[in-house]
Design a protein around this ligand. Structure first.
Ligand code: ATP
Ligand code: MG
Length: 421
């Protein structure tokens, strides 16, 4: 019997892992540069957390959640996103006591039961940031600046920032009414889901992946903002202009989750086809109160790592390659193997990635293997060498070989390693 991975999941290995290291390392570096600290929340959460926050009538809750009943009879869901868990953790751990604002980032797997295709998986991974405790447009600016900084740093070009404001509970009813009137006059062009949602949650229609053409001509949310939302939006746009962050206004952008208010945004890549949103987010000032906490303004974004990798590959960006080892210790026979293990361990203690033979193979087979692993040097310890207390150091891609005394062999290799050879 052979087993296969679950549809929409991936095994990540070989050279592919270098892309993951590259993105995750840079995500941590950039997040830290802006003062964001990592928050790790569980993969599993109570189902109600997402129903309550993401929204009953969203695609995520209606169709995409991995939900099961555990042995204690509780309804559990594999997290489909990272913001609701962040807010839950913030409230539950009384993090408010540490004062505001606070800055968090997360990196990890998310789960959604979707139709798998390029850039759309059932287990995918996000790097996300959340800035909690400021309603001021400068916090929106910081989040967008961080997003741009990160994408520039890893080299994702050819992208467009789409920006919108979807108002607040005060002004949104006016917009909702306009939208309803608009969609009522186009009801024949709508899919079944949208016909139903027209009554329950008309904003959702703008995010429909089927009725795209109708949505494009719909009234724009930023034309119906109240005074406060308007000045917040204007102040953000002014700051973005001043800081040289390019964006396009996209008055029908609403995002697929219900908790957003005011600022929403997406960064789309020009060459990624249907799954072209690489980063998305917005403000969620009402979410803390919705989840039983003290009302606290906040915003953030999440970025799809798989889609970033697709973009890096389109650009032909070479990420640093992590080879299995720098040094390979060739051992021939029992005595040489024991001595080889001692030397290899010494090298590792001094920071040199080192592999030794563990299969008792012939010299040539070991050298071939060392080459295949991408080792730079091989340290050869045959009986003849050991009897004279020396070793041969072979520079693998240069076909040169020198003899060194055993007591300086590790020094010599450490030196080669440090000289970035
Ligand atoms: P989409 O419109 O593409 O379905 P979304 O609005 O559902 O995206 P969010 O919930 O905002 O996306 O997630 C933020 C980011 O996470 C997306 O922009 C995307 O890069 C990534 N993402 C979301 N769902 C998936 C998925 N199923 N597979 C891979 N990446 C995903
Ligand atoms: Mg989606």
């Amino acid at each position: 019997m052979r087993y296969e991975k679950i549809k929409g999941t991936q095994d990540i290995f070989g050279d592919e892992i270098d892309y993951w290291y590259f993105i995750e390392e840079n995500a941590r570096i950039v997040a830290n540069l802006y003062g964001y600290r990592e928050l790790r929340t569980p993969i599993i959460e109570p189902t109600e957390l997402f129903v309550r926050s993401v929204g009953e009538d969203t695609d995520i809750v209606q169709k995409e959640m991995y939900t099961f009943i555990d042995k204690g009879g509780r309804s559990i869901t594999l997290r489909p996103e990272g913001t609701a868990p962040t807010v839950r953790a913030f409230i539950e751990n009384s993090m408010l006591n540490a004062g505001l604002p606070q800055r968090f980032f997360y990196i990890g797997p998310m789960f959604r039961y979707e139709r798998p295709q390029a850039g759309r998986l059932r287990q995918f991974h996000q790097f996300g940031v959340e800035l909690i405790g400021s309603a001021h447009p400068s916090s929106d600016t910081e989040i967008l600046l961080l997003a741009e900084h990160f994408l520039n740093k890893i080299g994702v070009r050819d992208r467009v920032l789409h920006l919108n404001s979807i108002g607040c509970p005060k002004c949104r009813p006016v917009y909702r009414q306009k939208l309803k009137e608009y969609y009522e006059s186009h009801v024949d062009e709508l899919c079944e889901d949208c016909k139903r949602r027209m009554e329950t949650n008309v904003l959702r229609l703008l995010d429909c992946k089927i009725d795209v053409a109708v949505a494009e001509r719909a009234p724009k949310s930023f034309e119906f903002l109240c005074e406060e939302c308007q000045s917040h939006y204007d102040a953000l746009k002014k700051r973005l202009y001043e800081l040289g962050i390019n964006f396009v206004e996209d008055g029908t952008l609403v995002r697929g989750l219900d908790y957003y208010n005011r600022t929403v945004f997406e960064i789309r890549h020009k060459e990624l086809g249907a799954q072209n949103t690489i980063l998305a987010g917005g403000r969620y000032d009402g979410l803390f109160a919705e989840l039983g906490g003290q009302s606290t303004p906040a915003l953030g974004f999440a970025c799809g790592i798989e889609r970033l990798i697709l973009a890096l590959k389109i650009h032909g960006i070479q990420v640093p390659q992590k080879k299995a080892c720098f040094a390979y210790v060739v051992c021939i026979g029992e005595k040489s193997s024991i001595e080889g293990f001692k030397i290899a361990e010494e090298l590792r203690k001094r920071g040199v990635p080192t592999i030794t033979d563990v299969s008792d193979r012939k010299l040539t087979a070991q050298l071939r293997h060392a080459d295949k692993l991408g080792a730079k040097v091989a340290l050869i310890l045959g009986d003849e060498e050991l009897s004279r207390s020396v070793a041969h150091v072979k520079i693998l891609d240069k076909f040169t070989q020198i003899e060194v005394s055993l007591d300086v062999a590790t020094d010599y290799i450490v030196e080669l390693y440090r000289s970035n050879f």
